[in-house]
Unconditional design. Sequence first.
Length: 150
Amino acid sequence: MTDTVTGGCQCGRVRYAVVIDSDEAYLCHCRMCQRATGGVSIALKGVLRSDLTWTTREPDRFASSPIANRGFCSACGTPLTFEFADDEAPGLDLTVGSFDDAYRFRPTSHFAIESWHSDWLDTRDLPGKRSEDNPSTRDRWMKVVGKLPD
């Protein structure tokens, strides 16, 4: 299965289209990814550079370590890529959350498990609340936008 999918940053300044051959993705738990996102891990989808087209503009890049660059939108801050700095790798990783249809992807592996925060991975038994059930959040969205976000 090959499919062309799209994605981009929150504000729309940086957009892409990429050909993928599977819905497999992975979670990276390394400290660099944790710091870059402010989260306990990041969901990434490996793609070939040759299959990726930046349809509006390329992301800005930050040298997050001596071996890696991270693509992001400097206007809204959305993390978009992980790329090796030497530019010799045929592939790079796109953040799963930046895809327009992020729900299609499924995690198939973990990377950098030495930094894994195990208590944060399986949280399905914690109580949950929908956005519309929180009056503070719901009322602000309704007042400003007239609807809840997609």
